[in-house]
Design a protein around this ligand. Structure first.
Ligand code: ZN
Length: 313
């Protein structure tokens, strides 16, 4: 057996006002309540950690494992780039109800607005399941400016300015920092993002949070970072050719029989199973499993019938 076998991860779940039961019904995960909005599949943060299920580091959180074995897990190319910090956060999100309408800052803006610890957040979405009329908000449908935005929110007509995009299973989107976005109810998706939690909400449907209080809005900061230009192109991406940005690369792969993934010592990879089942280096996987391939693990062999996302940091 290899010293560094593929690491299956147990997620940390997050209950949210807009969450549901889809993470259980579709992926068979043991969720904490009927308001489970997020499954943090690969996470090494103070406010959320995934736990390694198998192998020599079984039982350790990803953050603990990174303290003892940063090079073996992350790879050489991440050494010296901000001391052992895991660069990505990978989630499954179940939006039973609409999420807040929000925007994230980029790496230059976040430290200015949040202090030195602030991090930017570019994210991508891969739709794993969607109700027939499901849609997302992706940017504005006309050119905007801060004053028009203020007036639209004040008059309760923000919806008239939003670019709604219909979505179905298999659709993928890149959401660069600065893009206004929201997930509407009836969508379950994989979210791959920079490891950051900085979110500026501009509208939350006047809802109370799980604690009964309205969740805070951050309109002023949002206006500092928003891209106010109209979205002129269909934002759908071709996930089979890959979504490539400075922070991650994500490709959808079909597994029919045997396949190899070449893992090199310079970087980790992640495999997220979105359909089907099989084995990776002899270890059984199924739909909903997220597997970290440590950089020291070398090439892995897959077999089975599955669709998966191959993620490179
Ligand atoms: Zn977001």
């Amino acid at each position: 057996m290899k010293t560094w076998e593929p690491m299956f991860m147990d997620p940390e779940f997050k209950e949210t006002v807009w969450g549901g039961t889809g993470i259980m019904s579709i992926f068979g995960k043991k969720i904490p309540s009927a308001h489970t909005g997020e499954s943090w599949e690969i996470a090494a943060r103070e406010n959320g950690n995934s736990t390694i299920r198998n192998g020599r580091l079984a039982g350790k959180t990803l953050a603990e494992a990174l303290e003892t074995n940063p090079v073996e897990i992350l790879g050489y190319s991440f050494m010296g780039k901000g001391a052992y910090r895991f660069p990505l956060l990978v989630k499954i999100i179940d939006a039973e109800d609409d999420l807040s309408i929000q925007v994230h800052p980029n790496d230059e803006q976040a430290p200015v607005l949040e202090g030195p610890q602030g991090r930017g957040k570019t994210e991508m979405w891969y739709v794993m399941d969607a109700e027939p009329d499901a849609q997302i908000v992706y940017g504005f449908e006309r050119d905007m400016d801060p004053e028009t935005l203020d007036a639209a929110i004040e008059n309760g007509v923000l919806e008239n300015y939003l670019n709604y995009v219909p979505v179905k299973k298999g659709d993928a989107f890149l959401i660069p920092a600065g893009t206004l976005h929201s997930l509407c109810g009836g969508v379950i998706l994989a979210e791959i993002q920079q490891n950051s939690d900085t979110t500026y909400r501009i509208y939350d449907y006047n809802r109370a949070g799980l604690d009964g209080n309205p969740r805070p809005l951050h309109l002023e900061k949002a206006k500092e970072v928003l891209n106010f230009s109209k979205v002129s192109e269909d934002p759908h991406e071709n996930i089979d050719e890959g979504i490539v940005c400075p922070y991650f690369q994500v490709y959808r792969r079909n597994l029919r029989g045997m396949q190899e993934i070449a893992v090199t010592t310079d970087r980790f990879q992640i495999v997220m199973i979105v359909e089907g089942s099989g084995k990776i280096d002899g270890i059984p996987f199924r739909k909903g499993d997220t597997i970290l391939l440590p950089a020291a693990g070398e090439t892995v062999g897959l077999e089975g019938r599955a669709v998966y996302l191959q993620i490179l940091g």
